[in-house]
Design a binder for this molecule. Sequence first.
Ligand code: PEP
Ligand code: MG
Length: 325
Amino acid sequence: RQEQYRKLRDLPCVTRDGVDVALHLNAGLMVDLPHLAETGAAGIGLFRTELQFMISERLPTMSEQIALYRSVLEAAGSRPVTFRTLDIGGDKVLPYMRQMEEENPALGWRAIRIGLDRPGLLRAQIRAMLKAAAGRPLKIMLPMVATVDEFTRAKDLVARERLHLDRHGYEPPSDLRLGVMVEVPSLLFQIEEIAARADFLSVGSNDLMQFLFAADRENPQMANRFDALHPACLRALRLVARAGEKAGIPVTLCGELGGRPLEAMALLALGYRSLSMSPASVGPIKAMLLSLEVARARETVDALIDDAGGLATIRPHLAEFAEKH
Ligand code: PEP
Ligand code: MG
């Protein structure tokens, strides 16, 4: 099987009906970078910057942050990298940072909320990214954004940092894109406003599912209770894809969903053309898409979710479709 997947690596990533798809990797440390060449992935779709903070015994200094981001960009070469700003809090605790006891940490003081309340931390990180990407393209995305206003405030902060570097004579990135993770359901109801302001959207399906169904992603009892192929979830995902299309900005998905063949097939049917996943998933997903006719899948999936009739999942129908085609 591994051998088979390796053979697919150098084939163009195109569906049977000629739709180009980009498969990216989720990463968080330098040890993940060799997987780019091994899998033939198009780039790093999600670089979880909190990993460096979690394995460190104290807050990483600005120069340590710059060094890591620069090594990542260098190792990726011409392949694009999307850095996500710190996503701490919730299940990701930094032992050296004092945090309050929270009854519901997943719903608490975390990610961009900390970034906006402690702008020194976010500013240092943005500055480190901008400096590390001198003369190269840079993509940054913000986790756990719940309102347009949060995005706007973070965007202003990025603009100020950029200006600061210009004023001090640093070479800026050759291209800077600021995106937003769609993982808090409130964004679904502000999707056009956010798509008008962001350079790209990236669905964090792990958290989006958790919050959509109010089902703890860490609780094994909840693991199989709600299916990602439930029409409610697919409608949410379709809404995001369509908003991106309408606004003319790229939409990608970087949760675990994109790494499972049947789910990825549904995503392609809903209009996703870029997915980010763990390295081991690239082979199976590529094998799936090489044999897929997206147009046909789209008809099937649209029909199933428009007329869901109380279905708990479209999984069996989709499996049948996959079997037939
Ligand atoms: C997600 O929520 O889907 C995601 C990609 O981010 P994380 O798993 O790091 O929360
Ligand atoms: Mg998340």
